[in-house]
Design a binder for this molecule. Structure first.
Ligand SMILES: Cc1ncc(C[n+]2csc(CCOP(=O)(O)OP(=O)(O)O)c2C)c(N)n1
Ligand SMILES: [Mg+2]
Length: 369
Protein backbone atom coordinates (compact mmCIF):
# COMPACT_ATOMS: atom_id res chain seq x y z
CA UNK A 1 0.00 0.00 0.00
CA UNK A 2 1.09 3.52 -0.64
CA UNK A 3 1.84 5.58 2.43
CA UNK A 4 0.57 8.65 0.63
CA UNK A 5 -1.97 10.76 2.42
CA UNK A 6 -4.87 12.66 1.03
CA UNK A 7 -4.76 16.39 1.42
CA UNK A 8 -8.17 17.17 0.01
CA UNK A 9 -11.75 15.96 0.11
CA UNK A 10 -11.59 12.27 0.87
CA UNK A 11 -14.20 9.92 -0.47
CA UNK A 12 -14.99 6.81 1.54
CA UNK A 13 -12.27 4.23 1.13
CA UNK A 14 -12.65 2.63 -2.28
CA UNK A 15 -13.63 -0.98 -1.69
CA UNK A 16 -11.37 -3.74 -2.88
CA UNK A 17 -12.66 -5.48 -5.99
CA UNK A 18 -12.19 -9.06 -5.08
CA UNK A 19 -13.05 -11.38 -2.27
CA UNK A 20 -10.34 -13.43 -0.66
CA UNK A 21 -10.58 -16.02 -3.43
CA UNK A 22 -10.51 -13.27 -6.04
CA UNK A 23 -14.07 -13.86 -7.22
CA UNK A 24 -15.48 -10.60 -8.58
CA UNK A 25 -18.34 -9.12 -6.58
CA UNK A 26 -21.03 -6.93 -8.08
CA UNK A 27 -20.18 -3.61 -6.48
CA UNK A 28 -22.98 -1.75 -8.19
CA UNK A 29 -26.21 -1.17 -6.29
CA UNK A 30 -29.67 -0.75 -7.82
CA UNK A 31 -29.17 3.02 -7.54
CA UNK A 32 -25.87 2.69 -9.43
CA UNK A 33 -27.52 0.76 -12.26
CA UNK A 34 -30.26 3.41 -12.42
CA UNK A 35 -27.63 6.15 -12.57
CA UNK A 36 -25.53 4.37 -15.19
CA UNK A 37 -28.57 3.76 -17.36
CA UNK A 38 -29.79 7.33 -16.98
CA UNK A 39 -26.34 8.76 -17.80
CA UNK A 40 -26.10 6.65 -20.96
CA UNK A 41 -29.64 7.63 -21.99
CA UNK A 42 -28.81 11.26 -21.31
CA UNK A 43 -25.62 11.06 -23.37
CA UNK A 44 -27.50 9.64 -26.31
CA UNK A 45 -30.40 12.07 -26.00
CA UNK A 46 -28.11 15.12 -25.84
CA UNK A 47 -26.14 13.95 -28.86
CA UNK A 48 -29.25 13.08 -30.87
CA UNK A 49 -30.51 16.59 -30.19
CA UNK A 50 -27.12 18.01 -31.11
CA UNK A 51 -27.19 16.28 -34.50
CA UNK A 52 -30.69 17.64 -35.09
CA UNK A 53 -29.70 21.19 -34.14
CA UNK A 54 -26.67 20.92 -36.44
CA UNK A 55 -28.88 19.83 -39.34
CA UNK A 56 -31.19 22.76 -38.60
CA UNK A 57 -28.19 25.05 -39.06
CA UNK A 58 -28.18 26.13 -35.42
CA UNK A 59 -24.84 24.57 -34.48
CA UNK A 60 -21.87 25.99 -36.37
CA UNK A 61 -18.99 23.93 -37.74
CA UNK A 62 -19.81 20.24 -37.51
CA UNK A 63 -21.16 17.99 -34.80
CA UNK A 64 -19.31 14.98 -33.40
CA UNK A 65 -21.01 12.27 -31.42
CA UNK A 66 -20.19 8.96 -29.79
CA UNK A 67 -23.25 6.90 -30.64
CA UNK A 68 -22.62 3.30 -29.68
CA UNK A 69 -19.78 4.21 -27.31
CA UNK A 70 -21.78 5.67 -24.43
CA UNK A 71 -20.80 2.85 -22.05
CA UNK A 72 -17.10 3.71 -22.21
CA UNK A 73 -17.12 7.31 -21.03
CA UNK A 74 -19.95 6.70 -18.56
CA UNK A 75 -18.56 3.44 -17.12
CA UNK A 76 -14.99 4.71 -16.86
CA UNK A 77 -15.79 8.08 -15.29
CA UNK A 78 -18.25 6.51 -12.86
CA UNK A 79 -15.30 4.65 -11.35
CA UNK A 80 -13.51 7.89 -10.42
CA UNK A 81 -13.57 9.73 -7.10
CA UNK A 82 -14.58 13.37 -6.91
CA UNK A 83 -11.04 14.71 -6.82
CA UNK A 84 -9.59 12.47 -9.50
CA UNK A 85 -9.01 14.33 -12.77
CA UNK A 86 -10.43 13.53 -16.21
CA UNK A 87 -7.93 14.62 -18.77
CA UNK A 88 -9.62 14.77 -21.14
CA UNK A 89 -12.97 13.76 -22.62
CA UNK A 90 -12.78 13.72 -26.43
CA UNK A 91 -15.40 13.78 -29.17
CA UNK A 92 -16.92 10.44 -28.13
CA UNK A 93 -16.90 11.20 -24.40
CA UNK A 94 -19.83 13.47 -23.60
CA UNK A 95 -20.79 10.95 -20.93
CA UNK A 96 -17.66 11.83 -18.94
CA UNK A 97 -18.79 15.46 -18.67
CA UNK A 98 -22.26 14.34 -17.59
CA UNK A 99 -20.99 11.96 -14.90
CA UNK A 100 -18.83 14.74 -13.44
CA UNK A 101 -21.88 17.00 -13.23
CA UNK A 102 -21.44 19.42 -16.14
CA UNK A 103 -24.56 21.53 -16.48
CA UNK A 104 -26.82 20.52 -19.37
CA UNK A 105 -27.85 24.07 -20.28
CA UNK A 106 -24.18 25.06 -20.45
CA UNK A 107 -23.49 22.11 -22.77
CA UNK A 108 -26.21 23.23 -25.20
CA UNK A 109 -25.15 26.87 -24.95
CA UNK A 110 -21.65 25.72 -25.84
CA UNK A 111 -22.90 23.69 -28.84
CA UNK A 112 -24.98 26.66 -30.03
CA UNK A 113 -22.15 29.18 -29.66
CA UNK A 114 -24.04 31.14 -26.97
CA UNK A 115 -22.39 32.87 -24.05
CA UNK A 116 -21.51 30.14 -21.58
CA UNK A 117 -19.14 29.24 -18.79
CA UNK A 118 -17.40 26.38 -20.63
CA UNK A 119 -16.11 28.11 -23.77
CA UNK A 120 -17.78 31.54 -23.72
CA UNK A 121 -19.13 30.80 -27.19
CA UNK A 122 -15.73 30.38 -28.80
CA UNK A 123 -16.12 26.75 -29.74
CA UNK A 124 -18.79 24.56 -31.23
CA UNK A 125 -18.73 21.05 -30.02
CA UNK A 126 -15.57 19.33 -28.90
CA UNK A 127 -13.06 21.40 -27.00
CA UNK A 128 -14.49 21.98 -23.60
CA UNK A 129 -14.11 21.00 -20.00
CA UNK A 130 -15.22 22.34 -16.66
CA UNK A 131 -12.09 22.67 -14.57
CA UNK A 132 -14.23 23.37 -11.53
CA UNK A 133 -15.37 19.73 -11.88
CA UNK A 134 -11.85 18.38 -12.40
CA UNK A 135 -12.41 17.99 -16.14
CA UNK A 136 -9.57 19.33 -18.28
CA UNK A 137 -10.72 20.25 -21.78
CA UNK A 138 -8.84 18.81 -24.76
CA UNK A 139 -6.59 20.39 -27.34
CA UNK A 140 -6.93 19.05 -30.90
CA UNK A 141 -3.56 17.37 -31.24
CA UNK A 142 -4.00 13.67 -30.53
CA UNK A 143 -3.11 12.28 -28.05
CA UNK A 144 -1.45 15.23 -26.37
CA UNK A 145 -3.84 15.12 -23.44
CA UNK A 146 -2.35 11.76 -22.48
CA UNK A 147 0.90 13.57 -21.79
CA UNK A 148 -0.97 16.19 -19.78
CA UNK A 149 -2.68 13.42 -17.78
CA UNK A 150 0.73 11.95 -16.97
CA UNK A 151 1.83 15.38 -15.74
CA UNK A 152 -1.24 15.62 -13.53
CA UNK A 153 -0.56 12.13 -12.18
CA UNK A 154 3.09 13.03 -11.51
CA UNK A 155 1.89 15.97 -9.43
CA UNK A 156 -0.37 13.68 -7.40
CA UNK A 157 2.52 11.26 -6.80
CA UNK A 158 5.03 13.94 -5.87
CA UNK A 159 2.61 15.67 -3.51
CA UNK A 160 1.66 12.37 -1.92
CA UNK A 161 -2.02 12.73 -2.78
CA UNK A 162 -4.09 9.61 -3.26
CA UNK A 163 -5.74 10.64 -6.49
CA UNK A 164 -5.48 9.49 -10.04
CA UNK A 165 -5.81 10.96 -13.52
CA UNK A 166 -7.66 9.36 -16.39
CA UNK A 167 -7.05 9.97 -20.07
CA UNK A 168 -9.27 8.94 -22.98
CA UNK A 169 -7.97 8.45 -26.52
CA UNK A 170 -8.94 6.59 -29.68
CA UNK A 171 -7.31 3.72 -31.56
CA UNK A 172 -5.98 6.20 -34.13
CA UNK A 173 -4.15 8.19 -31.47
CA UNK A 174 -2.10 5.12 -30.51
CA UNK A 175 -0.04 5.44 -33.71
CA UNK A 176 1.39 8.76 -32.57
CA UNK A 177 4.75 9.21 -30.88
CA UNK A 178 3.27 11.03 -27.89
CA UNK A 179 1.30 7.87 -27.08
CA UNK A 180 4.54 5.93 -26.59
CA UNK A 181 6.15 8.74 -24.62
CA UNK A 182 3.20 8.92 -22.24
CA UNK A 183 3.08 5.13 -21.84
CA UNK A 184 6.81 4.89 -21.17
CA UNK A 185 7.14 7.80 -18.75
CA UNK A 186 4.05 6.88 -16.73
CA UNK A 187 5.28 3.31 -16.39
CA UNK A 188 8.87 4.22 -15.48
CA UNK A 189 7.69 6.68 -12.83
CA UNK A 190 4.70 4.57 -11.73
CA UNK A 191 2.43 7.53 -12.05
CA UNK A 192 -1.21 7.05 -10.93
CA UNK A 193 -2.91 7.32 -14.29
CA UNK A 194 -5.50 5.21 -16.11
CA UNK A 195 -5.31 5.18 -19.89
CA UNK A 196 -8.61 4.38 -21.61
CA UNK A 197 -8.27 3.51 -25.28
CA UNK A 198 -11.55 3.65 -27.18
CA UNK A 199 -11.03 1.16 -29.94
CA UNK A 200 -14.00 1.99 -32.15
CA UNK A 201 -12.55 0.20 -35.21
CA UNK A 202 -11.91 3.43 -37.10
CA UNK A 203 -9.81 6.57 -37.15
CA UNK A 204 -11.84 8.78 -39.45
CA UNK A 205 -12.08 6.47 -42.51
CA UNK A 206 -9.08 4.26 -41.64
CA UNK A 207 -9.92 0.84 -40.17
CA UNK A 208 -7.71 -0.55 -37.42
CA UNK A 209 -6.37 -3.20 -39.85
CA UNK A 210 -4.61 -0.35 -41.65
CA UNK A 211 -3.40 1.30 -38.47
CA UNK A 212 -1.45 -1.34 -36.58
CA UNK A 213 -0.39 -4.99 -36.52
CA UNK A 214 -0.09 -5.13 -32.72
CA UNK A 215 -3.18 -3.97 -30.90
CA UNK A 216 -2.79 -1.27 -28.22
CA UNK A 217 -3.41 -3.54 -25.22
CA UNK A 218 -0.67 -5.94 -26.37
CA UNK A 219 1.81 -3.10 -26.77
CA UNK A 220 1.49 -2.30 -23.06
CA UNK A 221 3.73 -5.28 -22.29
CA UNK A 222 6.59 -3.40 -23.93
CA UNK A 223 6.26 -0.86 -21.12
CA UNK A 224 5.73 -3.50 -18.42
CA UNK A 225 2.28 -2.02 -17.98
CA UNK A 226 -0.79 -4.07 -17.08
CA UNK A 227 -3.47 -3.91 -19.74
CA UNK A 228 -6.93 -5.24 -20.19
CA UNK A 229 -9.27 -5.57 -23.15
CA UNK A 230 -12.90 -5.03 -22.18
CA UNK A 231 -16.20 -5.07 -24.00
CA UNK A 232 -16.70 -1.34 -24.41
CA UNK A 233 -20.43 -1.86 -24.91
CA UNK A 234 -20.77 -3.35 -21.43
CA UNK A 235 -20.94 -0.46 -18.98
CA UNK A 236 -20.36 -2.64 -15.92
CA UNK A 237 -17.27 -4.25 -17.50
CA UNK A 238 -15.79 -0.84 -18.29
CA UNK A 239 -16.61 0.41 -14.79
CA UNK A 240 -15.00 -2.60 -13.19
CA UNK A 241 -11.81 -2.50 -15.28
CA UNK A 242 -11.28 1.21 -14.58
CA UNK A 243 -12.13 0.83 -10.90
CA UNK A 244 -9.48 -1.89 -10.57
CA UNK A 245 -6.98 0.19 -12.54
CA UNK A 246 -7.66 3.16 -10.27
CA UNK A 247 -7.15 1.04 -7.19
CA UNK A 248 -3.85 -0.24 -8.55
CA UNK A 249 -2.76 3.33 -9.28
CA UNK A 250 -3.60 4.48 -5.75
CA UNK A 251 -1.80 1.48 -4.28
CA UNK A 252 1.42 2.58 -5.99
CA UNK A 253 1.10 0.08 -8.85
CA UNK A 254 1.38 2.72 -11.57
CA UNK A 255 -0.59 3.07 -14.78
CA UNK A 256 -2.93 0.63 -16.52
CA UNK A 257 -4.11 0.57 -20.10
CA UNK A 258 -7.76 -0.36 -20.57
CA UNK A 259 -8.65 -1.02 -24.19
CA UNK A 260 -12.41 -0.79 -24.57
CA UNK A 261 -13.64 -2.37 -27.76
CA UNK A 262 -16.64 -0.80 -29.43
CA UNK A 263 -17.85 0.62 -32.73
CA UNK A 264 -18.30 4.14 -34.03
CA UNK A 265 -21.91 3.90 -35.20
CA UNK A 266 -22.00 7.27 -36.94
CA UNK A 267 -19.60 9.07 -39.26
CA UNK A 268 -16.56 10.79 -37.83
CA UNK A 269 -18.75 13.90 -37.60
CA UNK A 270 -22.18 14.86 -38.86
CA UNK A 271 -20.57 15.92 -42.17
CA UNK A 272 -19.33 12.36 -42.82
CA UNK A 273 -21.79 9.76 -44.19
CA UNK A 274 -19.36 6.91 -43.36
CA UNK A 275 -20.05 5.28 -46.72
CA UNK A 276 -16.80 3.38 -46.22
CA UNK A 277 -18.39 1.26 -43.46
CA UNK A 278 -20.42 -1.76 -44.54
CA UNK A 279 -24.08 -1.98 -43.43
CA UNK A 280 -23.39 -5.56 -42.28
CA UNK A 281 -20.72 -4.40 -39.86
CA UNK A 282 -22.97 -1.69 -38.46
CA UNK A 283 -25.86 -4.14 -38.12
CA UNK A 284 -23.68 -6.61 -36.22
CA UNK A 285 -22.63 -3.90 -33.76
CA UNK A 286 -26.19 -2.53 -33.51
CA UNK A 287 -27.10 -5.89 -31.99
CA UNK A 288 -24.61 -5.10 -29.23
CA UNK A 289 -25.94 -1.62 -28.49
CA UNK A 290 -24.72 -0.62 -25.00
CA UNK A 291 -28.08 0.78 -23.88
CA UNK A 292 -30.01 -2.28 -25.06
CA UNK A 293 -27.38 -4.49 -23.39
CA UNK A 294 -27.74 -2.75 -20.04
CA UNK A 295 -31.55 -2.40 -20.10
CA UNK A 296 -32.36 -5.93 -18.80
CA UNK A 297 -29.77 -5.54 -16.02
CA UNK A 298 -31.31 -2.21 -15.06
CA UNK A 299 -34.81 -3.75 -15.13
CA UNK A 300 -33.62 -6.60 -12.91
CA UNK A 301 -32.56 -3.91 -10.41
CA UNK A 302 -36.03 -2.34 -10.45
CA UNK A 303 -35.27 0.41 -12.95
CA UNK A 304 -37.93 1.47 -15.48
CA UNK A 305 -35.91 2.45 -18.59
CA UNK A 306 -38.93 3.97 -20.33
CA UNK A 307 -39.72 6.24 -17.40
CA UNK A 308 -36.05 7.23 -17.29
CA UNK A 309 -36.10 8.03 -20.99
CA UNK A 310 -39.17 10.25 -20.55
CA UNK A 311 -37.45 12.12 -17.74
CA UNK A 312 -34.25 12.48 -19.74
CA UNK A 313 -36.14 13.75 -22.78
CA UNK A 314 -37.89 16.37 -20.64
CA UNK A 315 -34.55 17.52 -19.21
CA UNK A 316 -33.06 17.81 -22.69
CA UNK A 317 -36.11 19.68 -24.03
CA UNK A 318 -35.92 22.18 -21.17
CA UNK A 319 -32.13 22.63 -21.53
CA UNK A 320 -32.36 23.22 -25.28
CA UNK A 321 -35.18 25.76 -24.85
CA UNK A 322 -33.18 27.67 -22.25
CA UNK A 323 -29.98 27.55 -24.33
CA UNK A 324 -31.80 28.74 -27.47
CA UNK A 325 -33.11 31.76 -25.59
CA UNK A 326 -29.63 32.62 -24.26
CA UNK A 327 -27.65 35.54 -25.70
CA UNK A 328 -24.79 35.28 -28.12
CA UNK A 329 -21.41 36.34 -26.69
CA UNK A 330 -20.53 40.01 -26.84
CA UNK A 331 -18.13 40.47 -29.83
CA UNK A 332 -16.28 43.10 -27.82
CA UNK A 333 -14.93 40.28 -25.62
CA UNK A 334 -13.58 38.20 -28.50
CA UNK A 335 -9.96 38.69 -27.48
CA UNK A 336 -10.56 38.15 -23.76
CA UNK A 337 -8.92 35.10 -22.19
CA UNK A 338 -6.39 34.60 -24.98
CA UNK A 339 -3.70 34.84 -22.33
CA UNK A 340 -3.95 33.80 -18.73
CA UNK A 341 -3.93 36.87 -16.53
CA UNK A 342 -2.91 36.43 -12.90
CA UNK A 343 -2.80 33.10 -11.16
CA UNK A 344 -4.56 30.23 -12.94
CA UNK A 345 -7.35 28.65 -10.94
CA UNK A 346 -6.76 25.16 -9.62
CA UNK A 347 -8.85 22.20 -10.63
CA UNK A 348 -11.97 21.54 -8.58
CA UNK A 349 -13.68 18.30 -7.66
CA UNK A 350 -16.51 16.82 -9.69
CA UNK A 351 -19.43 14.55 -8.93
CA UNK A 352 -18.56 10.98 -7.96
CA UNK A 353 -21.94 9.28 -8.07
CA UNK A 354 -20.82 5.70 -7.46
CA UNK A 355 -22.29 4.40 -4.19
CA UNK A 356 -18.89 2.95 -3.32
CA UNK A 357 -17.60 6.45 -2.69
CA UNK A 358 -20.64 7.48 -0.71
CA UNK A 359 -21.53 4.64 1.59
CA UNK A 360 -20.02 1.77 3.50
CA UNK A 361 -22.64 -0.55 2.03
CA UNK A 362 -20.25 -1.94 -0.54
CA UNK A 363 -17.76 -3.09 2.08
CA UNK A 364 -20.60 -4.77 3.99
CA UNK A 365 -21.81 -6.56 0.89
CA UNK A 366 -18.33 -7.71 0.09
CA UNK A 367 -17.97 -9.17 3.55
CA UNK A 368 -21.31 -10.90 3.21
CA UNK A 369 -20.41 -12.36 -0.20
C1 LIG B 1 -1.99 14.79 -34.32
C2 LIG B 1 -3.33 14.85 -34.99
N1 LIG B 1 -3.44 14.41 -36.27
C3 LIG B 1 -4.64 14.47 -36.90
C4 LIG B 1 -5.75 14.97 -36.26
C5 LIG B 1 -7.10 15.05 -37.00
N2 LIG B 1 -8.02 14.08 -36.44
C6 LIG B 1 -8.97 14.44 -35.55
S1 LIG B 1 -9.89 13.14 -34.99
C7 LIG B 1 -9.02 12.07 -35.99
C8 LIG B 1 -9.33 10.59 -35.95
C9 LIG B 1 -8.95 10.03 -34.63
O1 LIG B 1 -9.24 8.65 -34.59
P1 LIG B 1 -9.26 7.93 -33.20
O2 LIG B 1 -8.08 8.31 -32.39
O3 LIG B 1 -9.44 6.48 -33.48
O4 LIG B 1 -10.53 8.54 -32.47
P2 LIG B 1 -12.08 8.43 -32.92
O5 LIG B 1 -12.37 9.60 -33.80
O6 LIG B 1 -12.27 7.13 -33.61
O7 LIG B 1 -12.85 8.50 -31.65
C10 LIG B 1 -8.04 12.73 -36.73
C11 LIG B 1 -7.13 12.08 -37.68
C12 LIG B 1 -5.58 15.42 -34.93
N3 LIG B 1 -6.61 15.92 -34.24
N4 LIG B 1 -4.36 15.33 -34.32
MG1 LIG C 1 -11.14 5.38 -33.47
Amino acid sequence: MSTATRTRRRPEAAPKAETADDAPVDLLTAADHAALHELMLLTRAVEERGVRLYKQGKIPGSFYDGRGQEAIAVGATYALAADDVVCSPLIRDLGAHLVRGTDLVEVFRHYLGRENRLSRGREGNIHFGDRRLGVVGPVSMLPDMMVVAVGVAMAFRIRGEQRCALSFFGDGATSRGDWHEAMNWASVRRDPVVFVCENNQLAYSTPTSRQFRVRPAERAAAYAMPAEIVDGNDVTAVFDAVRRARERALDGGGPTLVEAESMRMHGHGAHDDASYVTPELLAAWADRDPLAAHAPIAVAHGVDPEALLRMVTERVDAAVAEALSSPMPDPAGATDDVFCVGEPQGLGAGDAPWSGFATAAIADRRQAA
